[in-house]
Write a protein that binds this ligand. Structure first.
Ligand SMILES: [Zn+2]
Length: 462
């Protein structure tokens, strides 16, 4: 099985060769915790969760690091707006992030370092960059001097003037070169901003240095895969590379750079004013997390994705099909991994192809003779697991209802539905068809779909 990955550095799809095949090391930029995660934030989490699952299948050990940025000017601004403490905002937002991503079936990374717990490492790295002549102090700031690195810009391949225009940082008078970026900035004692003691006075780190310091701490100076959204290529990843390579004197920071494509919602760029700004938390009030996950994986990760609620409904219907195949098939504990699904994912995470292979496997389960059904269902579930899909009890899948409805007791409870179905069976036996029909109507009204099968009736919420 050959794993091939598209590398943003080379713009080519090449065979993956880990530095240490006994421990594959991957870093993905994590959230800045000040607000609910939106669906665009969830895409890299789900994409790189599939990659982590695939790597774990192929190699004996994977170290997957995804950070939490808990010091950032956006967090400071949120604290100032709301009058709440930075600590409360970051703690609650990180907990919400874990809950939302868990609901999307994303496994936690192996290490989840927080920026505020690695300030010492950031200061040490900045000191090295100053000593190496790649950074300088100016008016309480420390800046990375971009012209000091002759091959700066390899990842984004932007031209010098584009780099400067794209730097998007205010043209501060103390900068030696307009493209220079901040490693450390001052936090005067009396302005209420978070700050740590440093050789340059009380201050706080810039965003880019956080990832360079934390990836070095847990993965070393050079590691295998660095991932994130396409929007991070410049300036964030370009600047991570500059810092890490200049601090460690290495030719690369990571061998493979992977970026997921942009996400739109309902055909437009997401924005609060257009009403298409979907937080994961809100979507989970309306749809099962697994349907949202499948929607994200139906597009290849490098393609732009137009995320729509109709798309989630389609994904939910597809999952009804998969779970319908698994239901009643009593899958064995562990199936045989499908080579077709594995091959699809090994081809630069071709999730659309892998999902179409799963559909073929579900058809096989449905067509299988009774004696072969359990084994075919087990194979389907095992292959689905590689994508983080199809791991629920099928009964639980079909009984899902929106959390608000469940909390409010707005619909019939599972027990009430079971009791009505049992009563209907008895009514039919007693030839009380009026009662049986009345129960059927009551269930239909409550959007409960009853399916009469050879082994009795099953039901699902419609
Ligand atoms: Zn980063």
């Amino acid at each position: 099985m050959t794993l091939r990955l598209h590398n943003t550095l080379s713009r080519e799809k090449t065979e993956f060769a880990p530095i240490d095949p006994d421990n594959v090391r991957m870093y993905v930029c994590g959230p800045t915790v000040y607000d609910f995660a939106h669906i665009g934030n969830a895409r890299p989490v789900v994409v790189f969760d599939v990659l982590a699952r695939l790597l774990r299948r192929l190699y004996p050990k994977v170290t997957y690091v995804r950070n939490i940025t808990d010091v950032d000017d956006k967090i400071n601004a949120r604290a100032a707006e709301t009058g709440r403490s930075i600590k409360a905002i970051t703690r609650e937002t990180a907990a919400q992030f874990h809950e939302d991503m868990g609901a999307l079936g994303a496994l936690p990374p192996d290490v989840e370092p927080r920026a505020t717990q690695h300030i010492k490492q950031m200061v040490a790295m900045i000191e090295t960059l100053i000593a190496n002549g790649n950074a300088y102090e100016a008016e309480g700031h420390v800046l990375f001097n971009v012209p000091s690195m002759p091959d700066y810009g390899q990842l984004s391949r932007l031209k010098q003037d584009e780099l400067i225009a794209g730097a998007r940082v205010d043209p501060a008078p103390y900068k030696k070169s307009p493209a220079d970026f901040v490693l450390w900035k001052p936090s005067p004692e009396d302005d209420g901003l978070p700050g740590w003691a440093s050789p340059w006075g009380r201050g706080r780190p810039g965003w880019h240095i956080e990832c360079s310091a934390m990836s070095k701490e847990y993965l070393g100076e050079v590691f295998d895969i660095h991932g994130g959204g396409l929007d991070l290529v410049f300036p964030h990843h370009e600047n991570e590379i500059a810092q890490s390579r200049c601090a460690h004197g290495t030719a690369v920071m990571a061998n493979v750079w992977m970026h997921n494509g942009y996400l739109m919602a309902e055909g437009e760029k997401m924005s609060k004013s257009l009403g298409n700004f979907y937080t994961v938390h809100d979507l989970l009030q309306e749809f099962p997390g697994e349907a949202i996950r499948l929607t994200l994986l139906k597009a290849h990760y490098r393609q732009p994705l137009d995320f729509t609620k109709d798309g989630i409904r389609e994904a939910k219907a597809e999952l009804d099909g998969f779970y319908g195949a698994l239901r009643g098939a009593a899958p064995a504990a562990e199936g045989t991994m499908s080579d077709a699904v594995l091959n699809a994912l090994c081809d630069d995470l071709n999730t659309p192809l892998a999902i179409s292979e799963l559909h073929g496997m579900a058809a096989t389960v449905n067509k299988a003779a009774a004696a072969d059904k359990a084994a075919a269902a087990a194979d389907l579930r095992t292959a689905g697991g590689l994508l983080g899909l199809l791991q629920q009890d099928p009964e639980a899948w079909f009984k899902w209802q929106p959390p608000a409805q469940a909390d409010a007791g707005g619909g019939l409870s599972d027990d009430e539905i079971d009791a009505l179905i049992a009563e209907r069976v008895e009514a039919r036996k007693a030839k009380d068809f009026a009662r049986a029909d009345a129960i059927r109507d009551q269930l239909t009204e409550a959007r409960i779909i009853v399916e009469d099968g050879a082994d009795g009736a099953t039901w699902r919420r419609g």
